[in-house]
Ligand binder design. Sequence first.
Ligand code: UD1
Length: 372
Amino acid sequence: MTKIISVVGARPNLMKAAPVIEALRRRSGVTVMLIHTGQHYDREMSQLFFEQLGLPKPDLDLHVGSASHGEQTGQIMIRFEPVLKQENPDLVMVFGDVNSTVAASLCAAKMNIPVAHVEAGLRSFDRTMPEELNRIVTDHLCEFLFTTEPSARKNLLKEGIPEEKIHFVGNVMVDTLLKHRERAQTLNFAEKLGLPLCGYALLTLHRPSNVDDPETLTNILDAMWEIGKRLPIVFPCHPRTRAQLPALAERLPWLKGENLAAEKRIIITEPLGYLEFLSLMNSARFVLTDSGGIQEETTVLNIPCLTLRENTERPITVEQGTNILVGNRRDRLWAAADKVLSDEAHEGRIPELWDGQAAERIAGILTGRSSG
Ligand code: UD1
């Protein structure tokens, strides 16, 4: 019997873990234990996703909550180490690039427990991003590196990672998207918000580089208010971003209640469930985001994506998909939105192995068998 401990902590881990756990649990001779670090804890950031994605209830929640990077990472390690001692798994599996990913990997590697990283090798080459540091450290601790796109393999080889550890398996987030797309479509969430299909844009913002500095966030939202003249923008607001809004009200008077509701230029909502968000993304005219995963999801859905960053660790979404890097300057945002609205967006194609079978490939490699 092979015992695998799967660790999740933050929202974007959940749609990656779901298909992999399902694929592993379908195989005989494997037990999978699910541990939640508690990095994300609000219902809309965690539990709702468990329910919608059919994820099993975690066997254990470490309840670390929010803290500075050092404290959060340290607390996860402190709380995870005794679990590893007690459970003595054959493998620890981590996802993506959040603090929970690097903390769990470091803990396991120090105890000589092999680690598998799902979504390995992505690099933005921007070390001011906390995720970039998490990605680099995690990859160098792992025995199994599962990659989503060819650039990842190149990055890993350049960093001296042995070729035999690298497995190009495709994109597990796409497995989840394809599984739930139809259900999301029938939800028709845009209609519930009173929005016409393809007649609105969808915005998400949570990168520290965009939201932590009030000046930068003011400029971005100001640009959105202008774009909102041409079509309504739905803005499910991440808690990190929501916390900044009160400080901006003086420079952005429209942020105060009535204007916002009456004009319907920007519709601010709580963070949405997976299905509601997928439903909105699927029928949006275009998406504006600084998320990593949404760049990939829009590529699969063939919806134009304007990414409010200067770089991406997911270059295939620009080369083959619908993604365009537009930074966060007001003039560039306006120009980019204008271009999309004039139907000048480029058509994308779906990258290799983004076919809904990535989790099966991972399970096959880990169990040394191609099926059940
Ligand atoms: C984290 C990840 C980021 C990922 C994002 C997705 C790291 C370094 N960052 O960023 O890569 O794209 O999750 O959402 O791991 N908060 C709540 N409720 C919650 C969770 C957070 O209110 O359930 C608030 C807290 O004030 C917290 C802040 O959001 O301090 C930031 O949370 P944190 O997990 O530190 O980082 P994210 O910005 O969510």
